[in-house]
Design a protein around this ligand. Structure first.
Ligand SMILES: C[S@@+](CC[C@H](N)C(=O)[O-])C[C@H]1O[C@@H](n2cnc3c(N)ncnc32)[C@H](O)[C@@H]1O
Length: 286
């Protein structure tokens, strides 16, 4: 069992560690089967169909991708006709994204920044703001995050997120509290703004490259879905769509089964639980 350590300290320390972790893991991800970079080089799409369908037609639109990693999804949006900008905290990710864009001759702008600080580095507003899959656990202050999104969206612009469901995270560690008890989750659903600290364990498994073990400590926040929705509404956005899904984009639990659509589901003899969700929200014209 991974010890559950609450980090009551400085958020800057947490972001510095997380940045070092993402710098370390980016080359591993870029070489992994999960990210399918070579297929993308040959022209194949990497965005999941349900994401493309929910975001809708982006041709001719400006699109800002928050937490773009090394730019693969960002460049896929560009191939679908968007004029793209990607932001990520990891300098290694941003360097890779720029190199991939130049190698494939896809116009794109990439900016290294903490999402919560992009006001200092990014002018202008966008038609679409996109973020996905494993983004929010790295953001400490969702109210500030909502305000950033409202600031960078044009009036009438659309924000879209598809994200792992926090219920799935709680299932990672469930154990009986005494000998007569059922198993209860140890990871929080209501994170209360305090991140958990994860020190290297030696047997951690990376979502994209299971053979990789990081040397870095990370800090991750647990946000209930209600907090995400409240952050967007609080920043002045109106919800257009909220969906929950019984699948994940990677093998999040042992025993999960991959479908022809590439998505992973709990085994057939287990009740379906929400493993992912998506939100589409609009910044209403003034
Ligand atoms: C799970 S990954 C990327 C998710 C993306 N959908 C993908 O699959 O490529 C999370 C990304 O968030 C970035 N990140 C973490 N904390 C961040 C922050 N506070 N601001 C900006 N980027 C951050 C990391 O560098 C990493 O590239």
């Amino acid at each position: 069992m991974v010890p559950v350590i609450r980090h009551e300290g400085d958020s800057d320390e947490a972001y510095a560690h997380n940045r070092a972790f993402w710098d370390e893991v980016t080359p591993v991800h870029a070489a992994s089967d999960y990210y399918r970079v070579d297929e993308f080089r040959r022209g194949a799409p990497v965005l999941h169909d349900f994401v493309v369908e929910e975001v809708g037609d982006v041709s001719g639109l400006t699109l800002l991708h928050l937490q773009c990693h090394f730019g693969l999804d960002t460049l896929n949006w560009a191939r679908l006709g968007a004029r793209v900008t990607g932001v990520d905290i990891s300098g290694v990710s941003i360097d890779r994204a720029r190199k991939l864009a130049s190698e494939l001759d896809i116009p794109a702008t990439f900016v290294r920044a903490n999402v919560l600080d992009i006001d200092r580095q990014l002018d202008g507003q966008f038609d679409r703001v996109f973020t996905s899959f494993g983004a929010l656990c790295w953001i400490g202050d969702l109210e500030a995050w909502g305000r950033v999104i409202a600031r960078v969206l044009k009036p009438g612009g659309v924000f879209y997120i598809s994200e792992f469901h926090p219920l799935m995270d709680t299932l990672q560690q469930a154990r009986p509290i005494n000998e007569n008890s059922d198993a209860y989750p140890e990871y929080p659903y209501f994170g209360g703004g305090v991140p958990l600290r994860f020190d290297p364990q030696g047997d951690d498994s990376d979502y994209a490259e299971p053979s990789f073990t990081s040397e870095e400590t990370t800090f991750e926040w647990f946000h209930p879905v209600s907090e995400v929705i409240e952050a967007l509404i609080g920043a002045g956005l109106a919800l257009e769509r909220f969906r929950e899904y019984p699948f994940a984009t990677y093998r999040a639990r042992r025993g999960m089964v991959q479908g022809d659509d590439g998505l992973w589901r709990l085994p057939p003899n287990v009740v379906a639980l929400p493993l992912m969700y998506s939100i589409r929200a609009i910044k209403l014209p003034a």
